[in-house]
Design a protein around this ligand. Sequence first.
Ligand SMILES: [Zn+2]
Length: 172
Amino acid sequence: MISMIEFPRNRIIGALRKEFSMSPISKYAMELAVSEMTGERGGKRYRCVDCGLGNFVRKEVQLDHRDPVVPLGTSAEEMSWDEIIDRMFKCPVDNLQCLCKECHTKKTNEERKDRNMAKKVKEVMKNLPSFITADQAEDLVKMIPEDLKISGENLGILVKTAIRWYISLEKK
Ligand SMILES: [Zn+2]
């Protein structure tokens, strides 16, 4: 029996995404993005909600979860399969948007940057001064607004703010 297998997590998520793209809710959301029924090149045309261009053929656009399947403050490794599947398949249709490949890649890269930064913030939080316990550090991480775009320059400010906030709580 093979006991140690490198678990192809990302490939399984990729397969789930493929399955999702064939689901009724996906097809419905794509219908909402149709800009015209017959274009110069024949067939349906789709509008990208980001760049606003409306002459894409089906293979040039992708369906995107506005609020991403993997939340910005976490990573797929930290999520259970149930969570991943629920966030992917059981999302309201208005959380789905049609993006051209270029805009989708841009959004995905920005999200990846935010996730990496959130990971760094968590590591920093783990190394907070010794008077802050692991549980308290965890609470600090939860204080970070979800919509906060964490960039490299903001990381130091964020940690300082979190510590200051924590000290102010201690004084109360
Ligand atoms: Zn676009």
